[in-house]
Design a protein around this ligand. Structure first.
Ligand SMILES: CC(C)(COP(=O)(O)OP(=O)(O)OC[C@H]1O[C@@H](n2cnc3c(N)ncnc32)[C@H](O)[C@@H]1OP(=O)(O)O)[C@@H](O)C(=O)NCCC(=O)NCCS
Length: 144
């Protein structure tokens, strides 16, 4: 079975993102910043999804989620690699994310960046709750 494919159908991905705890509202229409969506399917259907976007000219991993029952089987890693490759394909030298599981990304060479050094890729960067009662990490990876 060919597990990974690119898709334009956002709704099922948005449901998986929401169900996985990401701040995503299920919708038929992907956000304007989203440029590529991939889905991973297994016998039960959608098992993982990844959203790559461009924000203010910067390549971003916008969303990544894997269905709970198949986590830690390598699906996230493979979807993440697609987003990183897409940044390379576009001639980018970096890819960014704002996320809540920094340890996950660190093992793949991502590094945390202080808010003041990050481009304006997320509303988190100007939010008053940042590091008050919400603690996302801003991260980047150099891709060449
Ligand atoms: C984070 C997430 C996408 C990881 O997907 P996954 O398919 O389980 O990850 P993988 O199987 O590719 O894991 C690769 C490695 O990371 C480790 N890992 C998995 N989740 C981890 C986490 N939350 N923190 C640190 N390491 C983690 C795995 O144990 C594995 O290590 P190994 O290679 O030594 O065995 C998945 O747990 C998920 O959907 N979480 C909820 C949504 C979310 O938080 N998304 C990220 C938003 S920033």
């Amino acid at each position: 079975m060919d597990h990974i494919k690119e898709t334009n159908e956002y709704y099922p991905l948005s449901v998986l993102f929401r169900d996985s705890g990401l701040e995503v509202k299920p919708s038929e229409t992907a956000p304007e910043t989203a440029k590529k969506l991939w889905r991973w399917d297994d016998e039960q259907g959608l098992a993982g999804a990844c959203q790559f976007g461009i924000r203010k000219g910067h390549c971003c991993l916008e969303c990544l989620a894997v269905r709970e029952d198949v986590r830690k089987t390598g699906i996230g890693r493979k979807l993440l690699a697609l987003a990183e490759q897409e940044a390379r394909n576009l001639g980018g030298t970096e890819i960014w994310l704002v996320g809540k599981v920094p340890a996950y990304y660190e093992q793949f060479g991502w590094v945390r960046v202080p808010r003041e050094d990050a481009p304006a890729i997320s509303k988190c960067l100007t939010c008053e709750q940042f590091e008050v009662d919400c603690f996302p990490s801003i991260m980047k990876k150099t891709v060449k």
